[in-house]
Design a protein around this ligand. Structure first.
Ligand code: GAR
Length: 220
């Protein structure tokens, strides 16, 4: 009798900073909650703390400094080539603070995902927590989505939702959303790797329904 060994998915993670979402993914892979290995971590900043997290987990790292390239297209070409050499099944943006060119996105379309700290389509872009408070939103959260050429407009795979409390500050909201991100990103990647959800014709298609899964977190 032969034992079938299912190959683990190969994941390349792109970061620019702290890398707490990277850490959540490293931990979930180590616990086998995701049938994947993070095979490479790439940062556009040499001082990103996430690089140390990767090295601690014995994951190979690269730094590709965008400032060393003539323009965005040249940087994205080099980045895409570096990623392609790693032969990943999934490319995961985890606090990668660069706008990607349509050419880059097309190259990895359907296997390129991002996490954004808001309930898209609300609050694309930056300063999402302050904007949610300024808009007097009652709910806020985070979205994992497929990346498409328009920034923060790709189809949602999963959202984590929390209720904004009356005493909420930007800092408290940021901390609570971050916690939620660490829950939903591993769930989303596990579902992708397992084939429970895939990208088709601009949509995130779940095997059992077509709506993004919502995880509600009770207010603090
Ligand atoms: C996260 O909150 C992530 O949603 C956000 O950057 C933070 C990175 O934290 N990403 C974006 O805003 C992308 N537009 P981390 O480095 O601790 O994972």
């Amino acid at each position: 009798m032969t034992t079938q060994i299912t190959p683990r998915a190969r994941v390349c993670v792109l970061i620019s900073g702290n890398g707490s979402n990277l850490q959540a993914l490293i931990d979930a892979c180590a616990k086998n909650e995701i049938a994947a290995d993070i095979i490479h971590v790439i940062s556009n900043r040499a001082d990103a703390f996430g690089l140390q997290r990767a090295q601690q987990a014995k994951i190979p790292t690269s730094v590709l400094d965008h400032k060393a390239f003539a323009d965005r297209a040249a940087f994205d070409d080099a980045l895409a080539d570096l990623i392609a050499r790693c032969q990943p099944d999934w490319v995961v943006l985890a606090g990668f603070m660069r706008i990607l060119t349509p050419a880059f996105v097309q190259r990895f379309l359907g296997k390129l995902i991002n996490i954004h700290p808001a309930l898209l389509p609300k609050h694309p872009g930056l300063n999402t927590h302050a904007r949610a408070l300024a808009a007097q939103d009652t709910e806020h959260g985070a979205t994992v989505h497929f990346v498409t050429p328009t920034v923060d407009a790709g189809p949602a795979i999963i959202q984590g939702v929390l209720a904004i409390t009356p005493a909420e500050s930007v800092e408290s909201l940021e901390a609570r959303v971050h916690q939620l991100e660490h829950q939903i990103y591993p769930i989303a990647l596990a579902a992708l790797v397992a084939g429970d959800v895939h990208y088709a014709h601009g949509q995130a298609v779940w095997a059992d329904s077509n709506t993004p899964k919502i995880i509600c977190q009770p207010s603090a």
